[in-house]
Design a protein around this ligand. Structure first.
Ligand SMILES: *Cc1c(COP(=O)(O)O)cnc(C)c1O
Ligand SMILES: [Zn+2]
Length: 421
């Protein structure tokens, strides 16, 4: 085999199963065992460049950890993405019964208000480097929004494929950027299967198909930021929502890499997974002590997490084993309660995936899987304004009066719930 040419800090694409190496192209599966490919880096070289002092001098975006992200040159798409707030959530901590709690708030990620802006920034920058003009994706909603917006901002053509029953907010949020939005009469797993066929026929950069090894690495930036924002410490517990399971495995990888290049000291940590009961193949397998999940047909209000055949499910289950993490799931009702609890205590309006994370964190703290005297970070990954459908009939109602002081006085007299808050 000819020697693979290193690009920047990337050494090769490498099979996660057999370790065989491939050139740094738009490809994602091993030809021998169909294992997924992953980017391999030159950590020795990175260690000399990526120091805490060097990072501190750089702009506050996800690209301040650029040596550990898979582009050969400077990024060209989404250079402002990331560095979202890490909030100390004392009021929520009290309600959940834990000593210390943090919220990593990707509900305000730039530009499309979800963590998907991280993966898309990487995938599109890399697609550009590889000479692609057209980008595409199979999406549960947020990815479509981010591909459409970032393609528009960088003058690339975009095809986004979505299941037909997505929230209106997410559909409009893709159409507005003038992307080609193809709605598929089927659920996400069918959309994904179709996209694999389309990717084989058309020469496009499919961010989560042929570009997946690069795309997925973008998720690590959320982990890097958590570490830096905690003063370069690994949180004892991290709770992560799971669709394909990719974000969860990459947060684990980000902690491992920072140990490897000397940015944080090695310490005990657990990464926990959160799913919706209506689509919980990974948490079901965890509960049953299985290494493999059984595919399911999704039926949940958490549409952004509705993947019944999670590509990284197997690796997510491995992360629980390695870190002593747990996985659990919550019902639609508990998801709504989670959204409301986060909003009422911390003033953060998360989408359904956020309700899943808060709901599962509550269960894990109650069961002792996350001990009450520990500290935890919850990954909030998307914005509630995009999933209004899920909560609009559960958020209380307005009181309507005429513009008259007398009517307002009467209302306060009449309705004691107003002054009780
Ligand atoms: C895509 C998504 C996730 C998780 O996706 P993975 O496929 O597990 O990486 C979590 N939250 C939101 C809001 C998402 O859109
Ligand atoms: Zn292989």
């Amino acid at each position: 085999m000819p020697k693979i040419k290193q690009q920047g800090f990337m050494k090769a694409l490498q099979c996660r199963e057999c370790g065989r190496e491939y050139p740094l192209e738009a490809r994602h599966v091993c030809e021998f065992d169909f294992g997924p490919l992953e980017v391999a880096y030159d950590y020795a070289k990175i260690k000399t460049k990526l120091t805490r002092a060097a990072i501190a001098k750089r702009p506050q975006s996800m690209w301040r950890y650029r040596e550990l992200l898979p582009v050969a040159q400077e990024p060209t798409v989404g250079v402002e993405v990331g560095f979202t707030p890490l909030i100390k959530a004392d009021r929520l901590a009290k309600r959940l019964g834990i000593r210390e709690l943090w919220i990593k708030n990707d509900a305000v990620n730039y530009p499309t208000l979800s963590f998907k802006d991280r993966v898309v920034s990487v995938a599109l920058s890399r697609a550009r480097e590889l000479g692609y003009e057209t980008v595409a994706c199979a999406s549960t909603g947020n990815l479509a929004n981010s591909v459409a917006a970032n393609a528009a901002a960088s003058g690339m053509k975009a095809f986004v494929f979505i299941p037909h029953d997505l929230e209106k907010g997410k559909v409009v949020n893709s159409l507005i950027y003038d992307a080609n939005v193809i709605s598929i009469k089927g659920h996400y797993d069918e959309v994904n299967r179709l996209c694999a066929e389309i990717a084989g026929k058309y020469n496009w950069a499919f961010v989560n198909v042929n570009m997946r090894p690069y795309y997925a690495e973008g998720s690590k930036s959320q982990g890097f930021e958590i570490l830096e924002q905690l003063g370069w410490k690994i949180p004892r517990h991290t709770v992560v929502p799971m669709a394909s399971g990719s974000l969860l495995t990459k947060i684990h990888k980000s902690y491992q890499e920072c140990i490897k290049v000397g940015l944080v000291r090695k310490s005990n940590y657990s990464v926990h997974g959160a799913q919706a009961t209506g689509c919980s193949p990974i948490s079901a397998a965890y509960r049953e002590g299985q290494d493999f999940f059984k595919p399911v047909k999704p039926d949940t209000i958490a549409k952004s997490l509705a993947i019944g055949t999670p590509a990284d499910g197997f690796y997510a289950l491995k992360v629980f084993k390695e870190t002593g993490g747990a996985s659990d799931d919550v019902t639609d009702e508990e998801i709504r309660e989670g959204i409301k609890l986060l909003a009422e205590t911390e003033g953060i309006f998360a989408e359904t995936a956020g309700g899943v994370t808060v709901g599962v964190a509550k269960k894990l703290i109650a069961s002792g899987a996350i001990p009450a005297d520990d500290s935890a970070v919850l990954c909030i990954t998307g914005n509630g304004l995009k999933t209004l459908d899920a909560v609009e009939n559960h958020a209380g109602s307005t009181r309507e009066i005429s513009p008259s002081l007398r009517e307002f006085d009467a209302l306060l007299d009449r309705d004691k719930t107003l002054t009780a808050k």
